[in-house]
Write a protein that binds this ligand. Sequence first.
Ligand SMILES: NC(=O)c1ccc[n+]([C@@H]2O[C@H](COP(=O)([O-])OP(=O)(O)OC[C@H]3O[C@@H](n4cnc5c(N)ncnc54)[C@H](O)[C@@H]3O)[C@@H](O)[C@H]2O)c1
Length: 419
Amino acid sequence: MKYDVKDIGLSKTGAGRIRWADKDMPVLASIRERFAREQPLDGVRMSACLHVTAETANLARTLKAGGADLVLCASNPLSTQDDVAAGLVEEYGIPVFSVRGEDKDTYYSHIQSALAHKPNVTMDDGADLVTSILTENTDLAPNIIASMEETTTGVIRLRAMEKDGVLKFPVFAVNDAHTKHLFDNRYGTGQSVVEGILRATGILLAGKSVVVAGYGMCGKGVTRRMQGMGAHVIVTETNPLRALEAAMDGFQVMTMDRAAERGDLFVTVTGDVDVLRGRHFEKMKDGAYICNAGHFNVEINIEELSELAEDIVRGVQKEVDEYRMESGRSLFLLGEGRLINLAAAEGHPSDVMDMSFATQALTTEYAVKNKDDLQHRVYSVPEDVDRWVARVKLDSMGVEIDTLTERQIKYLQSWQEGT
Ligand SMILES: NC(=O)c1ccc[n+]([C@@H]2O[C@H](COP(=O)([O-])OP(=O)(O)OC[C@H]3O[C@@H](n4cnc5c(N)ncnc54)[C@H](O)[C@@H]3O)[C@@H](O)[C@H]2O)c1
């Protein structure tokens, strides 16, 4: 079996962590049991480009249990857990191509290794596999049944491909399922971003002014958790509706030009480029911390930050670089501007990834089952999948809910009854 991991000797620790995560992923475990019996992915060749974490390992085990022949590569150079990668190879027989801290060339060569598997189904977190197939590996496109997409930024790229008429196979916007973005993006990102910042810096958040750029699903999570830690939270937005929502949720909303002067800590989570750039760095206080939680490391313009700096001290702490400005101020960049929750912590808690990856597994099954009826477009996750995952998650939490009576069903479907 071909693979490329940092140290295969780490496999025992990795396997232990995979099992530890699995205990908080009951929905995915129940799918794995059924998949093992029914083999819905029998004969399917899969390439997945995801953050190589313990939770992803449990998704990979589930797909393999369902009959898929799967290989895995990383969707970010800094998000791989090397012991988990080794554990997947050694203990579960799943080839992995990813090493934490790999350079850009290695990152893309690992994507090529995953595509050399000649997949029928791909799974992405940021659309890198799909983009590679549509640009460099066009011979693979005719054999693709479908592709799954995990994150907002990936879905935006896929919709742009659909608009430009370049999509060559069906894709599913798994990110847009309720059981994904309402929970993973909000509660998962909210908690793990705070964790990443604290692990990198250990700073006291209470009383700090924390600027969060972007009030989407992730931004809503980050702001709430920061508020819970006692921070004064400032939101910047470009969308008037989202800005209004933030203001009425009780946050201060202002432009980044104004927020730049006030913030002690900055978190970008927009999916956009240049959210923090030269003019903002020029205004920031001495000692300000800067980090990103959006998918790509383009939200903070590191080039402009470097140009403004007189000196850069790498690794003043693990995942912290100091940029010394001519004015004598220091700005601290965390996690090289990559997703802070994965660069400095282990990403989302297993409990929330349980739902995202249950939705991934079931959508893959749906795509394979319905392959003859799918067009070259971006599909939503079937509503049944969302409802099933939510129900089973509630069951696992011991939460019971009410059932509509016959009269209520009739009332909710009719228009005749009024005051
Ligand atoms: N860190 C993680 O683990 C994690 C998890 C899920 C998603 N993501 C990524 O986080 C990013 C945000 O995801 P989301 O689901 O919240 O997206 P979203 O589309 O719901 O929200 C993004 C918000 O950012 C705002 N925005 C855009 N440009 C801006 C700018 N220049 N300044 C201020 N605000 C701006 C938009 O108006 C929007 O309200 C994406 O890149 C997504 O892929 C990261």
